[in-house]
Design a protein around this ligand. Structure first.
Ligand code: ATP
Length: 289
């Protein structure tokens, strides 16, 4: 038997870092939403009792370091499953890009194995388990749009933004989230207005959403990689309604309301950047099933 699951990327409409906690994690406030750029995960039963990772991408580890492997191992241990599984990852989300590709693969693996192994666990339980693997996994288990607080694992559902296009441009560099947090100086942060972003979503006010996008990590990544600023400038110049770096970067996204502008912005960016995507918002969590 096999199960197919979709593992969509996320973008941060806003990302704030409040303070460093005694346990070493940063307390954050993030408004995140899933977009229609997704890895495809196939889970197939194996005759032998082991976890096997298959992926054609040379950037994805094929052993215990893979977040999908960690998800399967966690479920096996917690629920005493003595079955094997082959996890095939068809990688479409750029790696180390600020789009939570690895976390989404882990979340999709939890959702898929819940079916394959007939565990019947609620999403809230899968999200709780996911938080043991990584801070973004809990959000990815639910998908849709949410406010993530704590170290990112406390999820409060929010209405999804009004439908629009999302243009993504990733320069040819990978960014380590840990490195960006190391460089972050808390007293210099430009804090986004999370409350205003949440209100804008409830009001379904596209213009207001655009005026409140903000990312506290942007300053750090822009300082280290000037090419990210260049992409931001180009995206604005070509006419995106809002432009922001996602997560710790380096991917920059633009929100675009009118389809008539999408091709122009896409083509303009292709001149600067190898990896450019034009996708839709994914809307609510039903899209994951
Ligand atoms: P986030 O936005 O959550 O910080 P990211 O998008 O910046 O994440 P990922 O694409 O998740 O970063 O990859 C970060 C690192 O995780 C990679 O360098 C890779 O070695 C490792 N990794 C482990 N499992 C996976 C996976 N399934 N897909 C991609 N990378 C993975």
């Amino acid at each position: 038997m096999t199960v197919l699951v979709k593992a969509p990327a996320k973008i941060n409409l806003s990302l704030d870092v409040l303070y460093k906690r005694p346990d070493g994690y940063h307390e954050v406030e993030m408004v995140m939403t899933t977009i229609d750029l997704a890895d495809r995960i196939e889970l197939a039963e194996l005759p032998e009792n082991r976890i096997k990772i298959l992926s054609q991408s040379r950037y994805v580890p094929d052993d215990h370091r893979n977040l999908a492997f960690k998800a399967a191992k966690l479920l096996k241990e917690k629920y005493h499953i003595s079955k094997g599984v082959a996890i095939s990852i068809d990688k479409m989300i750029p790696v180390a890009a600020g789009l939570a590709g690895g976390s989404s693969d882990a979340a999709a693996t939890l959702r898929g194995l819940n079916k394959l192994w007939n565990l019947n666990l609620p999403l809230s339980k899968l999200a709780e388990l996911g938080a043991e693997i990584g801070s973004d996994v809990a959000f990815c288990v639910h998908g849709g749009t949410a406010l993530a607080t704590g170290r990112g694992e406390i999820i409060t559902k929010l209405p999804s933004p009004p439908n629009c296009w999302v243009i993504l441009a990733k320069p040819a560099i990978g960014v380590s989230t840990a490195d960006i947090y190391k460089q972050l100086q808390l007293h210099t942060i430009d804090h986004p207005d999370t409350k205003a972003m949440v209100e804008s979503l409830y009001q379904q006010d596209f213009k207001k959403i655009c005026s409140h996008v903000g990312n506290a990590l942007e300053m750090v990544t822009l300082g280290m990689y000037p090419q990210v600023q260049q992409i931001k400038d180009q995206m604005k110049r070509f006419g995106a309604d809002a432009v922001l770096m996602s997560g710790s970067g380096p991917t920059v996204f633009g929100l675009v309301q009118y389809e008539s502008r999408v091709q122009r912005i896409y083509n303009g960016l292709r001149g600067f950047c190898e990896q450019v995507y034009a996708v839709r918002m994914l809307g609510d969590e039903k899209a994951l099933v």
